[in-house]
Design a protein around this ligand. Sequence first.
Ligand SMILES: *[C@@H]1O[C@H](CO)[C@@H](O)[C@H](O)[C@H]1NC(C)=O
Ligand SMILES: *[C@@H]1O[C@H](CO)[C@@H](O)[C@H](O)[C@H]1NC(C)=O
Length: 215
Amino acid sequence: MHGRQLVFLLMLSVARGQVNMDFDSVTRFFDEAGTLASNNYPDGYMVNFLETFVINPPGFESVCLEFTDFSINTASFQADHVAVFDGCRSDTDDTLLGRFTGTTPPTGVVCSSSNLLTVVFRSNTRDVAAGFNASWTAVNGPSPLLTGETGMFTSPNYPGNYPNFAAATYVICVPDNCQGIQLDFTDFDVERFGGLGAADALIVYNGTVQDSILG
Ligand SMILES: *[C@@H]1O[C@H](CO)[C@@H](O)[C@H](O)[C@H]1NC(C)=O
Ligand SMILES: *[C@@H]1O[C@H](CO)[C@@H](O)[C@H](O)[C@H]1NC(C)=O
């Protein structure tokens, strides 16, 4: 009887350790663009903190996030980390876009496949760092399917500059009796050097995205 009580108490304390953070906050954003930062940034985040940011701008097809500053403590057994989810936060990681710690944020921009992106920051019970600062922008895309034997398309906002974080996919489908697709660029001006080493790029695929890249 005494032994059974002891086991029960032990299990209870393990379960409490997993779910009880000193702070557990959820912040929601519905704006088209903005910035978010870890608590108390840049003066050092608090220990044992679970912080969730839900970015959900209505009427958009994607949310793109870029970390502008990133310093997360890795020293302890379970390092502090930032997780980015495509959609809702999931404990099974099936919507996880990446988990990041140290001074290495994701390279370039991370985008969601819908207008919902979730960022979860978790600190452990000791050792902190400055934290992170990030900015997001809502974007629209993909562009409609292009069909027919000839056609034209442009980058977003052309001939003006395309916006930051723009992402557009153009799928060109021609009738079955055509032998192939010829693509001529009549104007081309794409920025070569982006923030965090990520240049803007135009990629042409032969077939679906999984197939070969032509250039
Ligand atoms: C985060 O970065 C933005 C610029 O991207 C800046 O305007 C903002 O002040 C920064 N936030 C903090 C808390 O320093
Ligand atoms: C594109 O894919 C088709 C079908 O797989 C192939 O026949 C063709 O040679 C490819 N074209 C190029 C330029 O790689």
